[in-house]
Structure formats: C-alpha cells, structure tokens
Design a protein around this ligand. Sequence first.
Ligand code: GLN
Length: 280
Amino acid sequence: MNRKIWVTYGAQKLREAGIDNPDGEAWYLFSHSFSLSREDYLFSMTAPVEDGEELERYKALLERRVTERIPLQYLTGTQDFMGYTFRVTPDVLIPRQDTECVIEAVVQGGYSHESILDVCTGSGCIAISLCLMLEPKICVGTDIDEKALEIAKENGRRLAPMVKFKKSDLFSGVEGSYDLIISNPPYIPTKDCMELMPEVKDHEPMLALDGKEDGLYFYRKLVREAPDYLNAGGTLVFEIGYDQGPAVKTMMEEAGFSSVKIKKDLAGLDRMVIGTLTEG
Ligand code: GLN
C-alpha cells in the first residue's frame, strides 16, 4: 500500500471511533511517524510504504488514539500556537485556539507592555507568544506545578530565551510590579470536569482545568491580589469560560479596575475580560 492509502486507512479507523477531524489527525500521525513535512508527503503520496519501525509506530499511535483517547498533541508531543511550535506533554494543558484570540486582543489592544507577567503559564504558550510579538523588557511566566514549569522552560529555551519561568502559587512567588498581567487560570466548575470529553478529562492535567466549586475560585484570588503586582494604569487580562464574563467583570470593577471589557472569541462567545488598574 502507498502512503496515501495508509493515511486513508488511518482516517477510516479514527472516523469509526467517532474522532473529529479524522483526515487531519491521520495525516498528522502518519507524518509524525515517518518524519515527513507536509510538502514531503504531498510530493510522495504514491510512494510505497515498507514494513518496518515507522509503519509499526503509525499503527501503534492510531491504536492508542482510538482505544485510550489520548489527544493527538500528546501523541506527537507538539501543538502549534500563534505560529510557533510548542512541546506539550500530559503535564501541561494543550494550548487552545481560543487562547490565540486572547493573544490577538492583547497585541492589538495597545496596552503598555514593558513588563509582562503570565500567571498559570502551563506550557508557557502565552508568555512566550507575547514576548515574541510585543518584545517587552521583562517577561515572566509562573506556575505552581514543577513538571509544567519544566516544559515551559524547555519551550522558552527554544523559542524565547528571555522569558523567565518561576514556581509560584498564583502571586506568592512574584516580585515587583508589571504593566500587563495575563492569566488563563483553571476555570471549569468541579462538577463539570467529569462531563468533559475523554481526551480532556482522562489526559489533560486536572490541576489546569478545575476552577473549584463555581469555577471562579482563581479569578477571585487573582483579582484581589493583582493590584499589588500591577503598575498604575496597568492592564489585567483573563481568559474566561463563555458564561463567566459578567461575574469576572463585576469582580474587577469592585476591585478598582476601570474600562473593564468583555471580549469574544471567533465563535462569538465571551472569551476574555480586560481591565485597567485606575491610576493613583
Ligand atoms: N497558560 C496556559 C494556556 O493557556 C495554561 C493554562 C492552564 O493551565 N490553565 O494554555
């Protein structure tokens, strides 16, 4: 069988298992197993596939995708985000397209950004992308989880070595104050965590998802403490769940933030809340 037929075979297996985007995923798993770029594959679709290690790897990955529901990104070890390729393992949340909308809004917002702090950095995708796009003088990412920090540091070394990563329980280990603080904290109410799709529920770190009782636990803590770590006139940016906008906006207004705005993602759902710490 040639390469194209093996990809079609994989897509069929994934489709039967009810996996979204079976054609794309089969191609990713095939090209990962055979170390092929998209161009390599497109110009060699009719090349015969020999029995061997690569084919065995491909079959094994398909099997694990179907039976264990391991997300594609943990199988290939990578996820593209804002055009950069991030390494991901089950110790970090897989960077989401929704979060790319947050990055876009921050980059286009014209907020002051000489110093940027990303709290709950996970893979480091937010801190690293903002560092590369906005070129701040200081850029720090924090996370409570040491295994996640290892991945963030690895991504930082490869993509943006000036980003500093630091272990910190929210702001506990943060020093100094920043122009822009951003966070995509865990925000799913505990009772909803068990309803998530198997790829998420069984494989992504619960620590990165579970926002405790009503999902707002981390926003409450972060909003209360953020003014101590923000420069006057600085900006606080949160990614939020689709139904959390009004609650987070109110929290921020009560804590002294002004011009607090809820913004939407590409699907038209509320996705972020952005506010300015009133000067003086
Ligand atoms: N900041 C990371 C991301 O947006 C991780 C977020 C998290 O672990 N809650 O992907």
